[in-house]
Design a protein around this ligand. Structure first.
Ligand code: ATP
Length: 238
């Protein structure tokens, strides 16, 4: 198998309810790929399958020439795949610094971890003044940036992001969007971006998948999907 990342014919069930049917996706190294779809379409389930948090019933997942669908979540993080979960899921009672260090829990290179904390402050300058602040007291946008930084502290090569723009003001959404592009281009991190903000997702990505009730309904180059009439009507409100 030659793709950087590839999911083949995934089926996922929650008890007897089928959440994903025959889902196949491909991502090339360095790409940003978007997954869009309405509530309950299976976007989160797809990311959870990729990270080993939800077991697939059938199918295969390959990353850098290695089959990963039988691995546990820690092993998958260890291979360089990190997730920024929906709703951020930061540790509210911990301070910002400890939240970031949780992302590095598998790493033993202490000096490099410290340097990466500094690099996160360069990427998101507000972090510098907030290292000792309790995470629950941050704004929604700041919490999202902590969640992204925490995922980056694992030094991923592939970052899975679940609705990073959810509930944020347009100005903050633009900031997050810019940081996703920077992370992709400067840190050379490939990205799978799940979004209900389809406009943003299609703008940032080179390819996209449209999920509908657990199936891939459409896929293609993002700039073509932006002009697709069904996508415009159903997902872009045009
Ligand atoms: P949203 O945008 O609302 O987060 P989504 O596209 O991410 O939606 P999923 O969360 O993947 O969709 O859900 C896909 C389907 O699986 C839905 O019908 C949902 O109700 C169901 N589902 C998700 N998690 C569970 C669970 N733990 N147990 C049972 N059913 C679940």
């Amino acid at each position: 198998m030659s793709s950087y990342f590839e999911a083949r014919n995934l089926d996922v069930y929650y008890d007897k309810v089928k959440a994903l049917s025959d889902v196949s996706m491909v991502l090339g190294e360095g790409d940003i790929v978007a997954i869009i779809g309405t509530n309950g379409a299976g976007k989160t389930t797809t990311l959870r399958a990729f990270t080993g948090l939800t077991r697939i019933a059938t199918g295969e997942i390959w990353y850098q020439g290695k089959r990963i669908d039988q691995l546990n979540p820690d092993q998958i993080v260890g291979l360089g795949i990190s997730m920024v979960p929906e709703g951020r899921h930061i540790y509210p009672l911990m301070n910002v610094r400890d939240n970031l260090l949780m992302g590095a829990f598998l790493r033993r290179d202490k000096a490099e971890v410290k340097r990466d904390l500094e690099r996160m402050c360069e990427r998101f300058p507000f972090l510098k003044e907030r290292m000792r602040q309790q995470a629950s007291t941050l704004s929604g946008g700041e919490q999202q940036m902590v969640a992204i930084s925490r995922a980056l502290m694992a030094r991923p090569k592939l970052l899975l992001m679940d609705e990073p723009s959810l509930g944020l003001a347009p100005k903050v959404v633009r900031e997050i969007a810019r940081s996703i592009l920077d992370i992709n281009r400067e840190d050379k991190v490939s990205v799978i971006l799940v979004e209900q903000n389809s406009r943003m997702a299609l703008k940032l990505s080179s390819r996209a998948y449209v999920l509908e009730t657990g199936r891939v309904a459409l896929e293609g180059a993002s700039e073509e999907l932006v002009n697709n009439e069904d996508v415009r009507r159903l997902y872009l409100g045009a």
